[in-house]
Design a protein around this ligand. Structure first.
Ligand code: AMP
Length: 218
């Protein structure tokens, strides 16, 4: 099968991680995914007082070349270049897109745009509450706690994550919109841009699978 060299673009909270992990399972690991956020979180675990930790905690972007180095190091370590892969979270701006272009041995052959309406994402965020000690997540819309405001298992208080507010998310969505504008023009010209529209991963995942299957059969 021809190797897939793809990136996935989608707003924060759109469920990229969810549908990618379903895809990886479906292909039994024959498709790899690399997530820039996961790579950074691993670095932070190794060195919690690094400047990366501070930058990520502030919700700012780490320097482009540093991010690119982490991505390509992971590609080399995992021997991903020769296989099918989907990159999640990179590029985040035009400069990263051009670093990616100039570093890849063979150019991208698919850009997946996961288009989940911002209204849906904000509704989900607004309804999301967590039990901090365990990491259990509740949603007032889909899986509310049995007793309002309390964890089902321990009965302890639920909290809102400080970055899980509509205000913070609206800012992240605005940043994403600006990026999408830049990148979609850049990739549409090459004819490799595909949009997947849907509100939940049960709708978007089959569309992703269909797209990837169609490509790999070519
Ligand atoms: P994510 O898991 O994709 O939401 O990323 C978490 C955080 O990691 C972001 O808020 C940024 O601080 C940082 N980050 C992720 N991807 C990139 C990137 N491509 N360039 C710079 N910083 C990034």
């Amino acid at each position: 099968m021809p190797p897939l060299r793809a990136i996935i673009l989608g707003p924060p909270g759109a469920g990229k991680g969810t549908i990618l992990s379903r895809l990886v399972k479906h292909y039994n690991g024959a498709i790899s995914t690399v997530s820039s956020g996961d790579l950074l979180r691993e670095e932070i675990k190794k060195n919690p007082s690094s400047s990366i930790a501070t930058t990520v905690a502030q919700g700012k972007l780490v320097p482009d070349q540093l991010m690119a180095n982490l991505i390509f190091r992971s590609f080399e370590q995992e021997k991903i270049f020769q296989r099918s892969w989907i990159l999640d979270g990179f590029p985040r701006n035009a400069s990263q897109a051009s670093i990616l272009d100039s570093t890849l041995p063979e150019s991208l052959n698919m850009v997946i745009h996961l288009d989940v309406p911002f209204r849906v994402i904000l509704e989900r965020i607004e309804g999301r509450w967590i039990h901090q000690p365990s990491g259990r997540v509740y949603n007032l819309l889909y899986n509310p706690p049995k007793v309002p405001g309390k964890d089902d298992i321990t009965g302890e208080d639920l909290i809102k994550r400080p970055d899980d507010t509509v205000e913070v998310f609206q800012k992240r969505l605005d940043t994403y919109s600006a990026l999408l504008g830049d990148l979609s023009d850049y990739y549409k010209k090459r004819g490799i841009f595909h949009t997947i529209l849907g509100e939940t991963s049960d709708v978007t995942y089959p569309k992703l699978l269909n797209l990837v299957e169609g490509f790999l059969k070519k």
